[in-house]
Design a protein around this ligand. Structure first.
Ligand code: BG6
Length: 464
């Protein structure tokens, strides 16, 4: 998109817009060589000046603030969208950004479509949708159908901000731009795969959202499965979005629906006292599950994922554990085995560590765990770009590699739906202490499934 681009943010005075979208706009316009005009639309009624102040404060850009406009809308009333349409008349490019609760999506999409603000197939009109992209498979299908009524797939950008993290994209570079890794990346040499997406913070003030959603919908269905798809997919023909999406689709299609008997749910102690949480809530703030991938590459490999709130520390990591080398004796003494680990640290301390066994310096031949480390931030002198900046930059450029396609979303729901249904129907999450790594049962799950134990770098020798 070039020239002036109108960015219509529905829900522009909300939290997402203030904390993520508006701040990411500052560098964006300059980076893409296009000018942006923000049109905020929502139920509240700030004056134009109040909205401009908000834009200024959140984005830090007086230029952006100076042209920002606000339109008050009643989502239920398509006629109230008329001023937005009037502002867009004659504009060359427009992006519609849904930063509103999901119950409004249908009304907004209907109004945007009916008013003619967007036309199916017209690339100068694009739509950005934020999660939750559905609540289950049925609602995800409905949303996809609603989107498809007004927009072609090429015009639709579904945000999964994990895909916009540089370190997540770097999984592709690691796997497919280095001939070292791909030959071992399969059931012959990989013993297990573990993915952790741990957060130190609790739910904060988000009970209204989180207590209806839980860890599986909030993190596993989207971020974690997308990451797992990138880690386990077949090589794409090229790095173009179409081929990457195709490869991810096939990976997701090979994953079996999550089996409640190979999954553990937890709830942090004190969750029920959080403001806005229902006092008898059975909502999980932690989930761990085995994922079975039935294809030639991964059949039989234990793959476990976990995600939770109020855990020991923030850490999102993929750990690929390779099979042990044959054990050596030195001078008749057994050497302890040191499994090779490939640790991909998505955040924080972004990087990759290859944990190997090395000879301890000195006269004796003794093995010690040692790390060969890529510190991702050192690859550049600039700060790593924010995920939202990447997201919007891709939307402007019309690239889709940081966005899951509609079918991927449905496939992910197919994988998690049985687990969510089983948990909602019955039973309770296991309480776990704030600041721990979650319920004990999740350790047992991994132990009994042949993957040893959960690994997070720093706690594991050679990965610090
Ligand atoms: C969001 C979830 O999608 O991702 C939040 O709704 C979660 O609950 C967040 O905290 C984590 O994102 P990040 O980038 O901080 O790991």
């Amino acid at each position: 998109m070039s020239g002036t681009v109108d960015l219509v943010i529905f829900g522009a005075s909300g939290d997402l817009s203030r904390r993520k979208i508006l701040p990411s706009l500052t560098h964006l316009a300059a980076r893409n060589g296009s000018a942006l005009r923000v049109i905020g639309a929502g139920r509240s009624h700030p004056s134009q000046q109040e909205f401009r102040d908000l834009v200024n404060e959140s984005s830090g850009s007086p230029e952006l603030a100076a042209t920002a406009e606000w339109v008050q809308i009643n989502y239920r009333d398509p006629a109230s969208f008329a001023p937005v349409k009037a502002m867009l008349d004659g504009t060359s490019s427009a992006i519609f950004y849904l930063a509103t609760p999901p119950e409004t999506f249908s009304d907004i999409l209907g109004a945007v479509g009916q008013s003619g603000m967007a036309i199916k197939g017209d690339q100068s009109r694009r739509i950005v949708v934020e999660k939750p992209l559905g609540h289950d498979l049925a609602s995800a299908r409905k949303l996809n159908a609603q989107l498809a009524a007004t927009f072609d797939e090429e015009q639709i950008f579904r945000i999964d901000h994990y895909l916009a993290k540089d370190t997540v994209q770097n999984v592709l570079a690691l796997r497919f731009s280095n001939s070292l890794f791909e030959p071992v990346w399969n059931r012959n040499l990989v013993e297990s795969i573990l993915i952790t997406a741990a957060e130190e913070e609790g739910i904060g003030l988000r009970a209204g959202y989180y207590d209806r959603i839980g860890a599986v919908r909030d993190m596993i269905q989207n971020h974690v499965l997308q990451l797992l798809a990138l880690v386990t997919m077949e090589p794409p023909i090229t790095f173009d979005a179409d081929y990457i999406r195709r490869a991810k689709r096939l990976a997701l299609r090979s994953m079996s629906p999550l089996d409640p008997s190979s999954a553990v749910r937890g709830q942090y102690e004190g969750y029920l006292d959080e403001e806005g949480v229902s006092p008898d809530s059975r909502r999980e703030t932690y989930a761990a599950a085995r994922v079975s991938i039935e294809n030639w590459r991964w059949d039989g490999v234990p793959i476990y994922v976990r995600s939770g709130k109020a855990l020991k520390r923030r850490a999102t990591e993929v750990v690929i554990k390779l099979r042990d080398a044959p054990m050596l004796r030195v001078g008749g003494r057994r050497q302890r085995g040191i499994p090779t680990l490939i640790v991909i640290r998505i955040q924080p301390d972004e990087g990759i560590t290859l944990r190997i066994g090395a000879k301890r310096p000195g006269v004796r031949f003794e093995m010690v765990p040692a790390g060969m480390k890529l510190d991702y931030a050192r690859l550049t002198r600039q700060a790593l770009p924010d995920a939202y900046e990447n997201v919007l930059s891709e939307v402007l450029a019309g690239g889709h590699s940081a966005f899951p396609g509609g079918e991927e979303i449905e496939l992910s729901w197919e994988i998690v739906d049985p687990l969510i249904k089983a948990w909602e129907a019955d039973g309770h999450p296991e309480p776990y202490p704030v600041g721990s790594w979650g319920p004990q049962a999740a350790d047992d799950l991994v132990g009994s499934g042949g993957a040893g134990r959960w690994i997070v770098s720093g706690d594991e020798p050679g990965t610090a």
